[in-house]
Design a protein around this ligand. Structure first.
Ligand code: PLP
Length: 220
């Protein structure tokens, strides 16, 4: 049978990830793929799951909640990667397994309070602003240590690492800089539970993997 378009795309991304791991001298399988399924239909997520993908990323709380419920028969993990409005934290706390875009203590407190006890702690990453560009979301690197300390106190959150969405750059040196900064920031933080660097998208996943990304976020 002819491979489907989705099959071709997934195998191409997989090839890029494995070859970047190899080029960076990193163990095979040390980088995982988060398939960004925002705006994509349920059926495409089912197909992607059949093709071996299990981690899916969503930007909108309502869409994440719907997909997680409709596809509850599949063994998937749901990752919230979009800006978080405080009136949406209950949905995110209930239906996500991971949140990549945490950048404010107020939101962290709500997520911890609203996380259903039977689900266990919610895995969270703090989004850091690594580029000069005026982005609304992300904590400034200087403010990171205090936010880490405060979030570490919250009972129903498990702080796992950092995430960034840098400005688009064209050359490899410029692409790597913010990812290097995120890796160095993670190393300065006082915890050995912090094992996750969510960085790299379709345009820059090679640069991110060469700087230590453990999960890349790609729209399929
Ligand atoms: C949409 C989105 C992605 C995927 O971007 P692509 O360029 O399609 O790979 C990754 N991360 C975040 C936070 C997104 O919103």
């Amino acid at each position: 049978m002819m491979p489907t378009e989705l099959e071709l795309k997934i195998s191409e991304i997989d090839r890029r990830i494995r070859s970047a791991e190899h080029a960076a001298g990193r163990p095979k399988g040390s980088v995982s793929l988060l398939a960004v399924s925002k705006t994509k239909p349920f059926e495409l997520v089912r197909q992607a799951h059949k093709l071996g993908l299990s981690k899916f990323g969503e930007n909108y709380a309502q869409e994440l909640a719907e997909k997680a419920q409709v596809l509850a028969d599949l063994d998937l993990s749901w990752h919230f990667i979009g800006p978080i409005q405080s009136n949406k934290t209950a949905l995110i706390a209930e239906f996500s397994d991971w949140v990549h875009s945490l950048d404010r203590l107020k939101i962290a407190r709500r997520l911890s309070e609203q996380r259903p006890a039977e689900k266990g702690p919610l895995n969270v990453l703090i989004q850091v602003k690594t580029s000069q560009e005026e982005r609304k979301s992300g904590v400034a690197p200087e403010a990171l240590p205090d936010l880490v300390a405060a979030i570490s106190e919250l009972p129903n959150l498990a702080l796992r690492g950092l995430m960034t969405i840098p400005a688009a750059e064209t050359d490899m040196v410029a692409k790597r800089r913010p990812f290097q900064q995120l890796r160095e920031l993670l190393a300065t933080l006082p915890s050995n539970q912090l094992d996750t660097l969510s960085m790299g998208m379709s345009q820059d996943l090679e640069a991110a993997i060469s700087e230590g990304a453990t999960i890349v976020r790609v729209g399929t």
